[in-house]
Every structure is written in C-alpha cells, then in structure tokens.
Design a protein around this ligand. Structure first.
Ligand code: ATP
Length: 359
C-alpha cells in the first residue's frame, strides 16, 4: 500500500483559502483520520489527495511518485461517501462490478473479485439482490465492497457512516477497521464524529482554517492536546485561565482564580516563562469530588447541578473566583451527590492537568 507525503499544499476557491500551506505524512497501511470544525478544509484535502482538486501550490507524492497533477482515475484511489451513490437499477453484483467493467477486466476475473469483495464485507450470496431490497447497513457494505474491489492504493472515506443509526454505526466502525487492517490498506477518513475517530484511528490530524494544528494517535490527541482548540474540539474539557507561578522538578505550578494548580505541558517543545499567561485543560473524568480538602490541586466549589446517567454521574460546580462552571464526570458512582449548599472540593492529579498556551 501507498505512503502519502504532502508538502506546502495550497487550495483556494476565489478568496477562500481552503488549504493553507499544509504539510502531512500518512504512512503505508495507516488508518488516518481528518477531524476539525466545519469548513476547516477536511473534504478539500481528501479530494485533493484523490485528484478531484488540483492545488495552486504544493506537492502530493504517493510513495515517491509525484501525483500532484495526475488525474483521479490514474491515482488508483477509491472513494466512499455518506450517500452511498449506488446504482438503484443495478443489483448488488453489478454495482460492485461496475468499476472493474470500466477497467475492462475479463468476466471470470470480475466474478472472482466481486465475490471476494462481497465476502470481505460479509455480503456473500447477496449478489442478486436489488439495492432497494437492502438495509442501510447492507447498502453501506456494498459501497465498501465497490470501493475495495478495484484494489485501491488508498481508500478515501468521507463521512461514510453518517446516514446510519447509532447501533449500525458502531458495528460498521469495527468492520471498516477490521477490513483496513486485514488488507493493510492505507485509508483516509473524514468525520465529524470524535468517537468514531478516537475508536478507529491509528493517527489523526486536527485541521483549523486550512492548516493542521496537531497530528497524533487518539491517546496523544486526547491526553496531550497542544492547544485550547484541540482540547476543546476532541472531547469535553474544562479550560481554566491562569499564570505560570513557578516550576519545580516534577511539575509546573499555575496560579488561577481557584488557587495554585500543578500541571504539565503537553508540548515538549514549549516551555512557558514565569508570569506567562496560560490555560489549563482538565477533562471532566479526571476530576474527583471530596468532602475534605485534598492536599494538592484542591478547588473549592458548590454544586449547581447533578445528573445521574447510570454509567456516570455528571456534576456542574460553581467554583469560587471563576465565572464558568466546572464539569465533573464520575464513573458509576455509589452515591450521587445532590447537596447544593455544601462546599465540595475537587481535585485532579497533576498528570491530568494540561498546561496550554493562552490563545
Ligand atoms: P464540513 O465539515 O462542513 O464538511 P470541511 O472541513 O470538509 O467542512 P471543506 O468542504 O473542505 O471543509 O471547505 C473548506 C472551505 O472551502 C470552506 O470555507 C468552504 O466553503 C470552501 N469550499 C469548499 N469547496 C468549495 C467550492 N467548490 N467552491 C467554493 N468554496 C468551496
């Protein structure tokens, strides 16, 4: 499978700069996700890699081959969209065979490869079915088989699961990942769904305004965001402004309206100075509630709301000196705290407090 290198890619639509000097490496066999707010350039990047957009500047290489100006059909990629784009008047077999017939593959070979692709997506024996006789999930599988049957060097998936209900989405997540891994496919996947990205990706890139602002594994992006934008975009977080107080050998102490909080920088290349303005990111599940004041990282607050969800209880606390609420998520609590007028203490271990540059 192919490895992809992108250097200095610029794509403009009139005055809109959709991709702004973007650099990215995608390794061979990687399931790589593109995430980011609406309009940040995900689809434009995907379509540029597939060859449907020709960039104004920059270079795209597949292995060592420069494909920047190579037309889509010669790049040997396959695309799968949210609207499955299946032919309703053709049966399953014909839909999957379409790309091979276009490439003038011989009939016995087509039969062998279509049957193989249908088996891959667990649709064997359903070749004669009409498209409108299939469930949404089955149609999704046919679309996947059609993309795989041409043996693409790279599979592109643009929101492929967004038409499916929640249960099917989860089922198809592991199915798509299994297929990509079984066949060592290089795949690039665009989604709005962070859970989809976190649960499926080998690595992901977060885009903003046509630029990549962070690349990493799901754990790196979730646990070590390098900006408030990434921290707030991937998962829930509490962002608390502060100022660098002092640095010890182990941690960095940040003075906030809630008191001094010890934390760590996620970016090894960034070392904030004393008195520098920063923002702390603390995930709701990293905070715990105590009746007594903890020794370190103690924030005092009063309960505003508690919501019991079985698996978790979610609390919102008003903290002294902070205008925003602090959100806390407790896994399967034995007792849900409901006392609104009592003071509570909240704490997080310094390893879970991420210090970020102030935006
Ligand atoms: P979404 O998550 O909403 O699908 P996206 O991250 O995929 O968004 P793109 O579709 O890549 O974003 O769009 C990036 C920017 O380029 C946006 O400002 C969009 O309006 C603009 N754009 C995209 N395609 C075109 C086009 N064909 N003509 C003009 N502007 C376009």
């Amino acid at each position: 499978m192919v490895s992809i290198r992108i250097r200095g890619l610029v794509k403009r639509f009139g005055d809109v700069v959709a991709l702004d000097h973007l650099d990215l490496n995608i390794e061979s066999g990687e399931l790589f996700f593109l995430l980011g707010p609406s309009g940040c350039g995900k689809t434009t990047l995907l379509r540029s890699i597939a060859g449907f957009h020709i960039p104004e500047e920059g270079e795209i290489t597949f292995d060592r081959q420069d494909v920047t100006k190579v037309p889509p059909h010669k790049r040997e990629t396959a695309m799968m969209f949210q609207s499955y784009a299946l032919w309703p008047h053709l049966n399953v077999f014909k839909n999957v065979a379409f790309g091979l017939e276009e490439r003038r593959v011989r009939k016995p070979e087509i039969k062998r490869r279509v049957e193989g692709a249908l088996a891959m997506v667990k649709m064997e024996g359903l070749g004669n079915r009409k498209i409108n006789e299939l469930s949404g999930g089955q149609q999704q599988r046919v679309a996947l088989a059609r993309a795989l049957v041409v043996r693409p060097r790279c599979l592109m998936l643009d929101e492929p699961l967004s038409n499916l209900d929640a249960k099917l989405r989860i089922e198809m997540r592991s199915e798509i990942r299994r297929i990509c891994k079984d066949f060592g496919l290089t795949a690039i996947y665009v989604t709005h769904d962070q859970k989809e990205a976190l649960s499926m990706a080998d690595r992901m890139a977060i885009l903003d305004e046509g630029k990549i602002i962070q690349v990493g594994t799901p754990e790196e992006v979730y646990r070590q965001p390098r900006s408030t934008l990434v921290a707030g975009f991937v998962g829930e977080t509490n962002l608390i402004p502060g100022t660098i107080e002092f640095k010890s050998d182990d941690h960095i102490y940040v003075s906030t309206a809630l008191g001094d909080i010890a934390g760590e920088c996620a970016d090894p290349e960034w070392s904030p100075e004393q008195n520098e303005k920063v923002v702390l990111s603390i995930r709701p599940e990293c905070l715990s509630i105590h009746a007594e004041k903890p020794v370190q990282n103690a924030l005092k607050g009063y309960l505003k709301e508690s919501i019991y969800l079985g698996e978790t209880a979610q609390y919102s606390l008003m903290a002294e000196g902070l205008s925003q609420l602090i959100h806390i998520s407790e896994l399967n609590p034995r007792r849900v705290i409901r006392e609104k007028n009592e003071p509570f203490y909240v704490t997080a271990s310094p390893e879970d407090v991420v210090i970020l540059p102030a935006p």
